[in-house]
Ligand binder design. Structure first.
Ligand SMILES: Cc1ncc(COP(=O)(O)O)c(C=O)c1O
Length: 408
């Protein structure tokens, strides 16, 4: 289970050096080169095994190589992979029907990456604002939250308040108003007759698994209904079982007008995202106004259908809830032992590291040497999101590795 840091002569160091030679440096990966994955475990090029506590930022909710998902992909690979939406394919309809039912909505607009789902949600909100609500042409606004992370396109980074995400990439798309996260009154104060939508993460993932105060989502729901504004929930990282419910909005029994989904929807096999809403909202998009060559492709739809079927059993949500409570108890025992705070929702946790121990990055690097993969965010926070197939004993072992690392 344990490993050592790569020194310059290892095969791993050579692979990293080769990669750095030709891959743009838009990431600063942790120094580990993975070549195989199975369930919650991955193996590096030198044969060392690690417990994957990140799950590709929750895209691997079902773990690496889940047999049911691989079977769905392999069966579809042999039949048909891509048609474009110039034609119909026989997988998109069943996938959309199942996903719409899971969400309790009428329609699904399939895309690929999370950022595309967010962009699509913004276009849908604007079109709904003009065509249904009657907002003046080109005047629609969307209220967003400070500390948000919705992806990397120029429009999306334009309404981020993270300088690293936005500085140097302007000019930006107008029409977004930022308010403090967790403050429902601030949302209401920002709403004008031109507001088409409120776009928030029900839990802010990249910000460090930041949970809003109890009642926030219900208040946002009520405010949006009162002012005839769409409530768009970005559940790309928080959704599909991660928090012990199908959606993070379920924690407050809230149903948004629009779900944005991605990451785990593709089963950790390929990119698949979607906007899901009722007909009177998503029906505003007309042929030719929006699309994507790969969006709704039969391979992704086949995998997505299996993902939805797996979620329909409720098994993964139940696991995430029970194991999340187990994890939270273990993590709370680290507070004061090199950890200043923990925030947990299901199998998703933000762990604030005491600066006296080191930075989040340093802790993540030391964890590699103990056979655990986790990722830092915003300097002092370690974010963990193990595959939902993890066992309690594996979580216990991982927390003990963290305790060891924190003890220095
Ligand atoms: C809440 C949220 N929205 C959108 C995205 C963007 O997804 P993608 O990286 O697939 O474009 C992310 C990615 O981390 C996310 O966490």
């Amino acid at each position: 289970m344990t490993s050592t840091s790569p020194d310059v002569d290892t095969a791993m160091a050579r692979v990293i050096a080769d990669e750095n030679e030709h891959v743009a440096h838009n990431y600063h990966p942790l120094p580990v080169v993975i070549s195989r994955g199975e369930g919650v475990w991955v193996t590096d090029v030198e044969g060392r095994r690690y417990l994957d506590l990140l799950s590709a930022y929750s895209a691997l909710n079902f773990g690496h190589g889940h047999p049911a998902l691989l079977a769905a992909a392999q069966e579809q690979l042999n039949r048909l992979t891509l048609t474009s939406r110039a034609y119909h394919n026989d997988r998109l309809g069943p996938f959309a029907a199942a996903l719409a039912e899971l969400c309790g909505k009428d329609l699904v607009l399939p895309m690929n990456t999370g950022a595309e789902a967010v962009e699509t949600g913004i276009k849908v909100a604007r079109a709904w604002g003009y065509r249904v609500k009657g907002i003046e042409p080109d005047a629609a606004t969307v209220v967003v939250a400070h500390g948000n992370f919705h992806g990397r396109t120029t429009t999306i980074v334009g309404f981020s308040d993270d300088p690293q995400a936005r500085d140097g990439f302007g000019p930006f798309t107008p029409g977004f108003v930022g308010v403090p996260y967790g403050d429902a009154a601030a949302i209401e104060a920002a709403i004008t007759p031109s507001t088409a939508a409120v776009l928030i993460e029900p839990i802010q993932g990249e910000a460090g698994v930041v949970l809003p105060p109890e009642g926030y989502l219900r208040a946002v729901r009520d405010i949006c209904t009162k002012h005839d504004v769409l409530f768009i929930a970005d559940e790309i990282q928080s959704g599909l079982g991660r928090v012990g419910e199908t959606f993070a909005c379920d924690r407050e029994g809230v149903v948004p007008d629009v779900y944005l989904l991605g990451k785990a929807l593709g089963g950790g096999i390929l990119p698949l995202s979607a906007v899901v809403a009722d007909r009177e909202i998503l029906g505003v998009i007309r042929p030719g106004e929006h699309g994507s060559t790969f969006g709704g492709n039969p391979l992704a739809a086949a995998v997505g259908l299996r993902v939805v079927e797996m979620l329909q059993t409720g098994e993964f949500q139940t696991r995430a809830k029970a194991l999340g409570e187990h994890l939270e108890a273990r993590l709370q025992s680290l507070v004061g032992e090199g950890v200043t705070a923990v925030r947990v929702a299901g199998l998703w946790a933000g762990i604030d590291i005491d600066p006296a121990v080191g930075t989040g990055r340093e802790v993540a690097e030391r964890l590699i040497a103990r056979g655990v993969l986790a990722k830092d965010t915003h300097g002092q926070t370690i974010r963990i999101a193990p595959p939902l197939v993890v066992r309690a004993t594996e979580l216990d072992w991982a927390v003990e590795q963290l305790r060891f690392v924190l003890a220095g």
